[in-house]
Structures are given as C-alpha cells and as structure tokens.
Design a binder for this molecule. Structure first.
Ligand SMILES: Cc1cc2nc3c(=O)[nH]c(=O)nc-3n(C[C@H](O)[C@H](O)[C@H](O)COP(=O)(O)OP(=O)(O)OC[C@H]3O[C@@H](n4cnc5c(N)ncnc54)[C@H](O)[C@@H]3O)c2cc1C
Length: 433
C-alpha cells in the first residue's frame, strides 16, 4: 500500500532553491514594477528566466517532448505553491496564466503547423496569448449561451462577437477564441476554438477593463483584462483548434489542470499573508499584552493554519488523482478545491489585514492588493456557486430518495424492524421478568 506524504530529496532540493530564488530575486521586483514599466520588467526578468532554464524548471507544466519537464500535477502543485507567492514569479518560470493553459490546449489539440507557429514560440516566451471566451451579454457561467459566431465561408472562418475579460489580450500576439460554429448541433457540441492573430483586421481591443485588482485603466500591460470586438474577422479554415464542435471538451481539459495550479498559487498567497499575521501578532502591543496573546488572534492563527492545511491536502489529492486517473476522473475534487481554496485565501488575507489595522488597509503593505486579488478568485474559472452546484450534483448521484418517503434513519421505523429481528431475544427478556 502506498500512502506517502513525503517529497523525494532531489525535488525537495529544487523546491528549496525555488523558495529562496522567488523571495530573493522576484519579490523585490514587486516594489518597483510601476517604475520599471512593462519593458523594464521584461529586461529585469530576462536573466532570471535563464537561471530557471538552467535549473530545468522552465515550462514545467508540459511533457519533455514539448520542452517541459513532465513533472505531473503533484510536483507542479508543490512548485506553484512557491510561485504563487508573487504574481511575477510564474512569468519567470514560463508557466503564467493564460499562456500555460493555452500551451496545454495547443499541445493537446494543435496540428503540427499550429504547434510550430504558436506553441513552440509561446513556450520560448517569444509570443503571448489570450483565451477569449467570456462575453458581456451572456452568462459566462453557462457557456451554452455563447453568442459569438464563426461561419465557414469558402475556406475562411468569419467571426463576429463581443468578448470581455480576455486576460492579457492587449499584449497578446494571438487569441484563442471560443465561438459557436454549429448552432444546430447538440448543446455541448456547438462551439469550437479558433486561433486568431491579434492583428487580424476586424479585431478591436476596445480597452483593458479597470477592475478591483487594477482599479485604474492601463492599456497594454500584462495582467490586463480586455474587452474585444470581433467584426467580420477572417482567418483561414486551418485556424480551427481541435475538432469542429469540440470547444467545450477542450476547454474542460484545459481548465482542470489550470484550476489546480490556481489553487496551489492561492496557497502561496495565503501563506505569505499568514506569515505577516503571525509576525505582526508578535510585534504589536495593546491592552497590556502583545496581540499574539489575545485569544481572538490565537483563534485566527489556528483557524488559518487548519484551513490552509485542509486546502493544501485537498489540492494535492486532486492533483494526485489527476496524475493517476486523468482530469475527467478528478472533476469533483477539482470543483471542491476551486471554491474552497478561493475561500481560504480570502479568509486568511482578511485576518492578516485586520490584525494590521490601518497599516493593513494601506498600500504600505501588500495585503490590500492581495485582498483585491483574492476576490477575483471566487469568480474566474467559474464562480463559487457553479462549482458548489457541480459538486452537489455529483454527490447526489450516489443517493436515492426512499421509496416510501420515510428517512432511512427514522428511528421508530428502524426500531420496529429491529424488534422483529430480535423478537426471540426480546421475548426471552420479557419472559425472564
Ligand atoms: C480576474 C478575471 C480574469 C478572467 N479571465 C478570463 C479570461 O482570460 N478569458 C475569459 O474568457 N474569461 C475570463 N474571465 C471571466 C470569467 O471566467 C467569468 O467572469 C466567469 O466565468 C463568470 O461569468 P460572468 O462574469 O458572465 O458571470 P455570470 O455567469 O453572469 O454569473 C454571475 C453570478 O451569478 C451567480 N450564478 C451563476 N450561475 C449560478 C448558479 N448555477 N447557481 C447560483 N448562482 C449562480 C454567481 O454568483 C455568479 O457570480 C475572467 C474573470 C476575472 C474576474
């Protein structure tokens, strides 16, 4: 029987290196990112990327034949827990969303030409991509309502639609667009994915939407979420990514691993906030003692530690199941951690912010930014409610309503049955009286 929570020593060594590297080399960039700007940032991380490549840690989400390390989800999860501590770490390791997920789609469904043209340059960091599915006019939670259309006219797809929240689109070289190609097909076979170069006539990046995470409008920055108009956009027939009508299927396969990586990154964010909580509790003095001595604060520390441990084990278990049985088999586990992990991150950051009082609310600490970041996690890749619904539906498949409508644990009913079963013993007890 294998039931092992240990990490092999060689990989532990890599994790230790990553932990130091991220803290020493990447965290400092956070404080000067605005001054560096996008170009300065690229220059700052170029030598760091080389070090990551030398350590054999670049693009670790892909198999070796595609230039990755083929780590599998458990190792990747452990790695993302470290990278998640800074939004600037994943780009240094060649596995930042949405490029990592898009490279997985291209690896899984792309033709050789598409791999040559898009996948390998994407992996090299020479191209950037976006995933363009959500629309302002239809509920993103229910992708069967998608309105963007792609019609095959001659040997070209003609795309018309309105998207938003396509992350990184304003800096992307190409967009993977989800569009309805077969409106009369079965519900989940109507949409397809199509690769659209960002400079194709008819593609208008309207704006990068100011959000809770980035409240001021910026254009053309990594991390922006773009609104896009597709107006009679023409791309060749060969731009179809995967089979016609397989859009939802491919999206599901992409989102499974992507969600685990998000959840692990969130653990990294939570741990950083937790460390701040603990440190400050030992620093601040009020009402006769350090905050660490107040029972409320002790409760926060214990509660946060328990929640993080639970989320970590659930996430690693989901990763392990994916490695053993594939993304499809782990759907329930992935849905569980998606909403649970987002909630844990939110709660831990909230407590860390609270203990710091006005300092926590200020931009002198990263907590307020973490808090804004955490709020989005309850929405992207499916809102909490949809994952809860999916988990509950799957669980309920294992249950039936009792035919007679009486709860199966109803004690009077069970007692009656037990009295019949043990009648001989009960009779003996009565006759002994
Ligand atoms: C930071 C961020 C980055 C994103 N990046 C991308 C990207 O790169 N590409 C992309 O295509 N999209 C992206 N999105 C969009 C994201 O995937 C959608 O916001 C998400 O799928 C929800 O869709 P919606 O916003 O249309 O909300 P809706 O589907 O309209 O849902 C609104 C609310 O309704 C409630 N709700 C929905 N269904 C149910 C239900 N069954 N039961 C109970 N309540 C329900 C939920 O509370 C939900 O929040 C991003 C979003 C964010 C916030």
């Amino acid at each position: 029987m294998a039931w092992d929570f240990s990490t092999e020593p060689e990989f532990q060594e890599q994790l230790d290196w990553m932990r130091d590297f991220v803290r020493e080399e990447i965290w400092p960039i956070e404080t000067v990112f605005e001054e560096l700007g996008q170009e300065g940032f690229e220059r700052a991380i170029a030598p760091l990327r080389e070090q990551v490549k030398e350590r054999g840690l670049w693009a670790a989400h892909l198999p070796p034949d595609l230039g990755g390390q083929g780590f599998g989800q458990v190792k990747l999860g452990l790695m993302h827990e470290i990278l998640g501590t800074s939004v600037f770490a994943p780009p240094v390791f060649g596995n930042a969303a949405p490029d990592s997920g898009n490279s997985e789609i291209l690896a899984m469904a792309g033709t050789q030409d598409q791999k040559d043209q898009y996948l390998y340059p994407l992996l090299n960091g020479d191209l950037r991509s976006a995933f363009s599915m959500t629309e302002p006019e239809s509920a993103g939670s229910d992708p069967t309502l998608l309105q963007t259309r792609a019609e095959l006219q001659g040997d070209e797809w003609v795309i018309n639609g309105h998207k938003w929240f396509s992350s990184n689109a304003s800096v992307a070289d190409f967009l993977i667009v989800m569009a309805v190609t077969d409106p009369d097909a079965q519900t989940y076979q109507r949409a397809s994915m199509i690769i659209v170069p960002a400079d194709t006539p008819g593609v208008t990046i309207v704006r990068d939407i100011a959000t809770m995470e980035h409240p001021y409008e910026h254009y053309g920055r990594i991390g922006g979420h773009s609104e896009i108009l597709y107006e009679d956009v023409r791309v060749p027939q060969e731009a179809l990514l995967g089979a016609r009508g397989a859009g939802f299927l491919i999206a599901q396969q992409r989102l499974g691993p992507g969600r685990i990586h998000h959840c692990m990154r969130w653990l990294g964010v939570s741990k950083r906030a937790f460390d701040m909580l603990c440190e400050y509790s030992l620093t601040r003095y009020a009402f006769g003692s350090k905050l660490a001595e107040k029972q409320t604060v002790q409760n926060w520390i214990a509660e946060s530690a328990a929640q993080m441990q639970a989320a970590r084990l659930m996430t690693l278990h989901a990763a392990w199941k994916m490695d053993k049985e594939g993304a499809s088999a782990a759907r329930q586990e992935i849905a569980l951690i998606k909403f649970f992990g987002a909630g844990v991150m939110h709660d831990v950051i909230d407590r860390a912010l609270q203990i710091h009082g006005s300092l926590g609310y200020s931009t002198d600490l990263p907590l307020e930014a973490m808090y804004r970041f955490a709020r989005g996690a309850r929405l992207y890749d499916g809102p909490d409610e949809v994952h809860r619904q999916s988990v509950a539906r799957r669980i309920l498949r294992g249950y039936d309503a009792p035919e007679d409508g009486v709860p199966s644990e109803h004690i009077p009913t069970r007692r009656e049955a037990a009295r019949e079963r043990f009648a001989h013993l009960l009779d003996a007890v009565t006759s002994n009286d």
